[in-house]
Design a protein around this ligand. Structure first.
Ligand code: NDP
Length: 256
């Protein structure tokens, strides 16, 4: 363990979906702990705003436009982050989406869109950074699961399959890459106030109240709640922590 276990000075992080929501919260934390950050997304206006936010915090940040379901775009994204920022030490597989339909109504193309965005992207991005991390002597991969990595939900079959898969993918990579000094962990967010859930709150009657009633902390999570866990899992403080799936949920998953 180093003298400054949470210091990310000199490190470089890629955060997919880092231009908004939970990804931006993690990019803020990583940047404020000293890392240079490449945020990845498709929406140029959102990315521009996120870069301005990060720069106002004194963070060295670039935005790379890429669709994480596109293997070639991922290759180009990793190459650009590496050439502009010099190295890659941390990958956060955060980009995600959901389609709210029960399994007997969901179409195959909708299933594939969710699985490709939430799960296959994590495989492709992790594979794309592996050699850079191995050559540098180690690295950190942080995958974003969900409460639906644990619980069932009638309205989210593809989302739940992708988020359950993220936990097992995390464990597989943790075992495969331990010898390369690459630690791989997952974060399981509870109900967090972002664009994703803002839409659900409008569409689903009573969701807001049900979340408050079930969450011991009695509030929705904020994107700033993800800064600390990101820094921990990206820093030397977690060098002997690998293959875990850590809820950041205000107690939602342990409430009776
Ligand atoms: P947001 O909708 O705010 O953010 C999702 C991000 O993913 C956006 O920045 C978006 O960027 C990016 N993204 C989506 N699809 C693609 C794609 N194909 N290629 C590149 N980027 C993409 O949602 P959250 O912040 O809430 O979600 C972040 C992660 O956290 C997701 O994996 C989600 O499943 C997970 N999560 C969220 C919870 C919550 O309560 N909010 C709870 C549990 C898990 P752009 O618009 O530029 O494409």
């Amino acid at each position: 363990m180093t003298a400054r276990p949470f210091d990310l000075g000199g490190k470089v992080a890629i955060v997919t979906g880092g231009n908004g929501g939970i990804g931006l919260g993690m990019a803020q934390g990583l940047g404020e702990a000293g890392a240079a950050v490449a945020i990845v997304g498709r929406n140029a206006a959102k990315s521009e705003q996120a870069i301005a936010d990060l720069k106002s915090r004194g963070v060295k940040a670039i935005s790379v436009s890429a669709d994480v379901t596109d293997k070639d775009a991922i290759g180009a994204m990793v190459a650009r982050a590496r050439s502009e920022l010099g190295r890659i030490d941390i990958l956060v597989n955060n980009a995600g989406m959901s389609i709210r339909k029960p399994p007997h109504v969901l179409e195959l193309d909708e299933w594939e869109r969710v699985i490709d965005t939430n799960l296959t992207s994590a495989f492709l991005c992790s594979k794309a950074v592996h050699s850079a991390m191995k050559d540098a002597g180690g690295g950190k991969v942080i995958n974003i699961g969900s409460m639906m990595s644990i619980f069932g939900a009638s309205f989210a079959p593809a989302y739940a399959a992708s988020k359950g898969g993220i936990v097992q993918f995390t464990r597989a990579c943790a075992c495969a890459w331990a010898a390369d000094n690459i630690q791989v962990n997952a974060i399981l967010p509870g109900w967090i106030d972002t664009d994703l859930t803002r839409r659900a709150r409008v569409e689903v009657n009573g969701l807001h109240e049900r979340v408050l009633a079930r969450t011991p902390a009695a509030r929705w999570g904020d994107i700033s709640d993800f800064a600390g866990i990101a820094v921990f899992l990206a820093s030397p403080a977690s060098d002997f922590v690998t293959g875990t799936a850590i809820p950041v949920d205000g107690g939602y998953s342990i409430a009776g």
